[in-house]
Design a protein around this ligand. Structure first.
Ligand SMILES: [Fe+2]
Length: 156
């Protein structure tokens, strides 16, 4: 039984982001499973993986928000930064020999749930529109290049 089950109510509706959020939930579950083994090396590996994945996920989201011209990108980035700082704080404390606490696990879970429901949900419309426009543009380009090849067949 997983520590925390993904729930469809967490979904934003942007597949690529939902999959990354699922992966974060999976990392939290892996961390909990590692904690039960009390194997510090194993715990540390998961902690490192989770930290790196979180940083890449945030960078990805920030890129989308920027491309979409989302007006709250800057404050959203600040929220990301402060969460990374929290994770780093616990990671350093673990490196200094202390244990990962239930408090940290609860913090991760509460933060992520709240962040998806509030902050990420706020950029949803803007980013969705940008992604739709982009795929529309790609479709137009494909039709355009097809037209050119028909033209070449007829008159080339
Ligand atoms: Fe975010």
């Amino acid at each position: 039984m997983a520590y925390w089950n993904w729930n469809s109510s967490y979904e934003l509706g942007i597949n690529v982001i939902d999959n990354q959020h699922k992966k974060l939930v999976q990392y939290i579950n892996e961390l909990q499973a590692a904690l039960t083994t009390q194997n510090r090396e194993q715990i540390y590996m998961v902690l490192m993986g989770m930290t790196n994945y979180t940083i890449s996920h945030f960078a990805f989201e920030e890129q989308l928000m920027e491309e979409a011209g989302y007006p709250m990108t800057k404050p959203h980035k600040k929220i990301h930064e402060s969460f990374v700082a929290t994770i780093q704080k616990y990671k350093s404390s673990f490196e200094e020999g202390r244990n990962i606490t239930g408090q940290f696990m609860a913090e991760l879970q509460i933060w992520l749930t709240h962040h998806i429901a509030q902050d990420d949900n706020d950029y949803k419309q803007c980013v969705e529109k940008m992604l739709e426009d982009k795929s529309l543009k790609r479709l137009e380009n494909r039709v355009e290049s097809k037209k050119k090849s028909w033209f070449a067949t007829l008159f080339g």
